[in-house]
Write a protein of this length. Structure first.
Length: 214
């Protein structure tokens, strides 16, 4: 029997240890390492080369989506299961775009988690059953036409949104556009308000979904 080598990236140590103990009840799964932030995972990924990465979205230094992007750039065959509290379809959509092989919620049953790891290990995509309806709805919405909320943005706000979506910091955006950091902050506040998003990740997801950036 082949052992599935799993790495867990989760910033809460109690959750990380709980997941490890849960998974190690399974005879075909072995947790080989754990990390509390996305950067540590990325820095050590190639040395460990796990079969499956189980990764939270909300982590310090590098969040899960940023870490996912970097891992897939290093190893396009990497198998990553995103584990999150976010039920928003935007996170699901963005995770899949970045190359996630699985997406499950933290309140899922243990069986769902274990099924996800085994399916992903064997080359299949696994989305928690309760989320598949959201995915279908989202693709239908995109097929029928994108949101026109972006029409509310000024030309400068669209420029800021594009750079923000590339992962640039406020200082970097300011230097790129030859404006002050304070002005950048004001533009970002306006973008969040107009698009009805709460953070930079949601704004980036919106920009990609609505083809504001490639």
């Amino acid at each position: 029997m082949n052992l599935i080598k799993v790495v867990i990236a989760e910033d809460h140590s109690m959750i990380r240890e709980g997941l490890k103990r849960l998974l190690e009840f399974e005879p075909d799964i072995r947790v080989v390492d754990g990390f509390a932030d996305g950067k540590s995972l990325v820095d050590n990924y190639l040395a460990i080369k796990p079969d499956v990465v189980l990764m939270d979205i909300n982590m310090p230094v590098l969040n899960g989506l940023e870490a996912l992007s970097k891992i897939k750039a290093m190893d396009n065959n990497a198998k990553v299961v995103v584990l999150t509290i976010h039920h928003d379809k935007e996170y699901l959509f963005r995770a899949l775009e970045l190359g996630a092989s699985g997406f499950i919620l933290k309140d899922a049953d243990a069986k769902v988690l274990i099924d996800a790891i085994r399916n992903v290990y064997h080359g299949r995509t696994y989305i928690q059953p309760t989320m598949t309806g959201e995915l279908v709805t989202e693709f239908k919405r995109m097929k029928n036409g994108i949101s026109d909320s972006s029409k509310l943005l000024t030309t400068r706000e669209i420029e800021v949104l594009k750079l923000l979506s590339k992962g640039m910091l406020n200082k970097e955006i300011a230097n790129e556009l030859f404006i002050s950091e304070k002005t950048v902050k004001n533009h970002i506040s306006n973008i969040f308000r107009k698009l009805d998003v709460q953070d930079r990740t949601q704004a980036a997801v919106y920009a990609i979904k609505n083809k504001i950036v490639d």
